[in-house]
Design a protein around this ligand. Structure first.
Ligand code: ZN
Ligand code: ZN
Length: 400
């Protein structure tokens, strides 16, 4: 079962420390911040990823019904090997395992496996104990979470299956975090959790999946993450209230919310959907037209801390929010250059930071942008989010 003939770099397993992925910071925009980690623009070099398969059908009319013969379908059928970390709510291998195997998984609904083309080194299998000087190397775990049934988009998936996917994701993330902390003797990890849906959104395989990158080498973070991590402390100081959390304010049912910098957030107008645990709104200051933002109503800093009820309700809002976005994009003018492909980004506290951040999930469609927007965290939108929300609410009524 144990496969020692792994190709260099597959599943993040390296024989030679010289081949491990590297990271570089842009010297002109990198500082060391109050968390004592680097903040700046990071480029990771993972040369093996150039060999990734690209498994998309080029016929655009077929985009929502890709053939069920991709690598993930083969893993599920047991014809391709994988390092299996979780199946539904059951743990399988340790996160740093080198055991790859073929196993039939069709009796399960969702699984977590190690990313075959993981962008960081996970283990050195001939001399595991020798990953000591890791500071300039990129070390951690790349996870893939997927449904055993084949779907192209979240909108098509029954809510119970989305729920299974979220549960197996939570389990694999929890186990990976604790195993990385023990292995590298650190309390601080950087975690990136996201969906790429559609080829323009960066998915190399159409079979619906999400991913988690967990870095153990104090990779630091970019300015975007720093913004999210620094703002809760800024708000608390400004309001002179150590318990203040803007996202918690949004869930209190009081629809007139003025943010700490004095903007009326027009919450009522932007609300698209809500259930017991989650609020779905169009983003007040969207990065792309149609951007949606999901907030848990109870304060949670990281995805792994969502309880079962929050996960169950999240499955529902994820499907409904994606439907609302599908409907909105279908009706937009082609000159807006909005595509159905999208990213879903889980913005959360880094492990071991305690920044006070409230988990936010952004659903951002692909839209063509220009130079000014690449130069800055800046965006020229063509519609007000209040109007987008009205269209989305109306479209959800038609579906029901
Ligand atoms: Zn598939
Ligand atoms: Zn909160």
């Amino acid at each position: 079962m144990v496969n020692y003939l792994v190709e260099e770099g597959h599943w993040g397993i390296y024989k030679n420390i010289e081949n491990m992925p590297l990271e570089r910071f842009d010297s002109f925009r990198t500082i060391i911040n109050e968390f004592n980690t680097k903040v700046g623009h990071i480029t990771q070099f993972s040369l093996i990823r150039g060999n990734r398969p690209f498994e998309h059908n080029n016929d655009k009319d077929e985009i929502f019904h890709s053939p069920k013969d991709d690598s993930f379908c083969k893993v599920v059928e047991g014809t391709l090997p994988a390092v299996l970390l979780s199946k539904d709510s059951e743990k399988v291998e340790d996160a740093l395992s080198i055991n790859s195997a073929k196993s039939k998984l069709t009796d399960h609904r969702a699984i977590s496996i190690v990313n075959l083309f993981t962008p960081m080194a996970r283990v050195l299998y001939d001399n595991v104990q020798q990953i000591t000087s890791i500071r300039d190397k990129s070390v951690g775990i790349g996870l893939v979470h997927l449904l055993t049934n084949h779907y192209d988009t979240l909108t098509e998936v029954p809510i119970e299956e989305v729920e299974k996917l979220l549960f197996t994701t939570r389990l694999a993330q929890k186990n990976s975090i604790s195993e990385l902390k023990a292995k590298y003797n650190t309390e601080k990890l950087t975690l990136l959790h996201f969906f790429n849906i559609g080829e323009e959104a960066g998915a190399s395989i159409c079979h619906l999946h999400s991913q988690t990158y967990i870095y153990a080498n104090e990779i630091g973070h970019g300015w975007t993450s720093l913004g999210f991590l620094s703002v809760p402390g800024f708000h608390k100081k400004l309001k002179n209230n150590m318990n203040y959390c803007l996202a918690c304010e949004l869930s209190k049912g009081d629809r007139k919310i003025i943010d700490p910098i004095g903007q009326d957030l027009l919450l009522n107008e932007r609300t698209v959907f809500e259930n017991d645990e989650w609020l779905v709104v169009t983003a007040f200051s969207p990065e792309r037209d149609g951007q949606l933002r999901l907030f848990p109503k109870r304060h949670v800093s990281q995805f792994i801390y969502l309880d079962d009820k929050q996960i169950t309700d999240l499955a529902e809002v994820m499907v409904i929010a994606n439907k609302a976005l599908d409907n909105f994009i279908k009706g937009t003018n082609p000159s807006m250059h909005l595509l159905q492909d999208r990213n879903i980004l889980f913005r959360q506290d880094n492990v071991g930071y305690e920044s006070g951040m409230h988990l936010i999930i952004d659903i951002i469609p692909i839209q063509r942008i220009g130079g000014a927007e690449i130069m800055e965290t800046y965006r020229i939108a063509t519609m007000f989010p209040e109007d987008v929300a009205a269209i989305m609410r109306e479209s959800l009524k038609e579906v029901k």
